[in-house]
Ligand binder design. Structure first.
Ligand SMILES: NC(=O)c1ccc[n+]([C@@H]2O[C@H](COP(=O)([O-])OP(=O)(O)OC[C@H]3O[C@@H](n4cnc5c(N)ncnc54)[C@H](O)[C@@H]3O)[C@@H](O)[C@H]2O)c1
Length: 379
């Protein structure tokens, strides 16, 4: 199939960005939402973003105009998908809503149309099985904001055809992003499998070792090559997003996350992070604000518990054939911004020490911490 026409369903935080990057790559884009007002707001945001690129001299005014004119906002679903080759669904992360949207879509879209969902955590195969064409359904997980984040995870369901996987990979490449293939539809895919459990683990680390938030954040930043601290990253991501991902991942597999009560409490108290002015840290205004982290604070904290957690999950992904070390390193670098490969950090610390740490944690806190067989074999 010659992919030219893309319909994006949902014009919110992610949808308008995906529409913009697709139009920038030359696709004809239809942006669909349930109300004209939502589409007007999305088109304003796209215009603002393109204007900024013109001001920064990244693109010319003429290019910005051409990109903008390639995006057509449409409310009527049948009209929105009538010429589509690929539909990217970016509606809220609610399974019942997604199923309803796909039922409507299945009845109005041509038989050859490919459906790709930007879901962060919902099971791809379960959505696919509600369709008359499960082989034409795939997960395409962009990160926020799609205009800037380089990584896209591609997640085939059990029945997704090879052609659809190939075409999705080509599309991601054409919009100048890097894809990683999550070969199995596992809870959290690759990035959330590494990131979400780590936020909970950092909370446990505070309880168990007495290390402060800024000490833990400084240690991961200065000793492990993270772009920012874990609590800082959690505040940046938003407790609503973390809470939702936690609930979905944990409901699919109890062994993925050991939920720490703090996350639920913060979510209930609407301490959502930067967007609400308070999360793990407090923020004085809406401006992007960095927490003061330092090498001195880092020197007071040994982050081995965090390394053990993330490495155990990375190994689990390899052992369960969802990914391999090379792809995981690529995902961690582009999706989490890690400056140092995870398995290099592990070797520097000593895989034996990491396995020891996990065994000790398992003997004190239960089976959740048992080391993955790959890590054990790498000692
Ligand atoms: N926000 C993030 O950081 C992020 C990152 C990666 C993936 N995601 C995923 O992307 C998806 C969308 O998230 P978001 O943050 O953009 O949500 P959002 O709430 O900002 O936007 C969703 C949009 O979908 C619209 N919508 C609802 N029903 C619709 C329908 N039937 N047809 C068309 N549009 C409809 C809503 O009106 C809204 O404008 C979710 O699956 C989410 O998990 C979000």
């Amino acid at each position: 199939m010659n992919l030219k026409n893309i319909t994006v369903l949902g014009s919110g935080i992610m949808g308008h960005g995906i529409a913009q990057v697709s139009a920038t790559a030359g696709y004809n884009v239809v942006l669909r939402d349930i109300e004209q007002g939502f589409l007007d707001k999305a088109m304003e945001k796209i215009k603002w973003s393109l204007d900024k690129l013109v001001t920064k001299e990244k693109i010319s005014q003429q290019e910005a105009n051409a990109i903008y004119s390639r995006i057509k906002p449409v409310v009527n679903l049948a009209e929105a998908v009538k010429d589509a080759h690929l539909v990217i669904e970016v509606v809220p992360e609610i399974m019942e809503l997604k199923k309803k949207v796909y039922a409507e879509l299945d009845s109005v879209a041509g038989k050859n149309v490919i459906f790709a969902s930007n879901t962060s955590t919902l099971p791809i195969t379960e959505i696919a099985n509600t369709l008359s064409r499960p082989e034409k359904f795939i997960g395409i997980h962009f990160f926020n904001p799609p205009q800037l984040m380089k990584l896209v995870e591609i997640i085939p369901g059990e029945k997704t055809s090879k052609d659809v996987i190939d075409l999705t990979q080509e599309y991601v490449k054409s919009v100048k992003k890097e894809s990683v293939l999550c070969r199995k539809d596992v809870p959290g895919f690759i990035i959330n499998r590494l990131f979400i459990p780590m936020v909970h683990e950092a909370c446990y680390m505070m309880d168990r070792t007495g290390a402060t938030m800024t000490e833990i954040d400084s240690a991961v930043k200065f000793k492990l090559g993270f772009p920012m601290g874990i609590f800082e990253l959690a505040d940046f991501t938003g407790m609503d997003v973390i809470h939702k991902a936690t609930t979905e991942m944990h409901s699919r597999d109890k062994k993925v996350i050991l939920p720490h009560p703090t996350i639920e409490k913060m979510f209930d108290a609407k301490k959502l992070g930067q967007k609400s002015g308070e999360g793990f840290y407090k923020y004085s205004d809406e401006k992007y604000e960095r927490v003061p982290l330092s090498e001195e604070l880092a020197s007071k904290c040994d982050p081995i518990q965090i390394v053990a957690n993330i490495l155990n999950n990375a190994s689990w992904l390899v052992t369960n054939k969802a990914s391999d070390i090379e792809e995981i390193e690529k995902a961690a670098q582009l999706g989490l911004g890690l400056k140092k490969p995870l398995f290099q950090t592990a070797k520097e610390i000593g895989i034996k020490n990491i396995v020891n740490e996990l065994n000790q944690l398992a003997s004190k806190h239960g089976k959740f911490y048992e080391p993955d067989s790959l890590l054990v074999s790498m000692q």
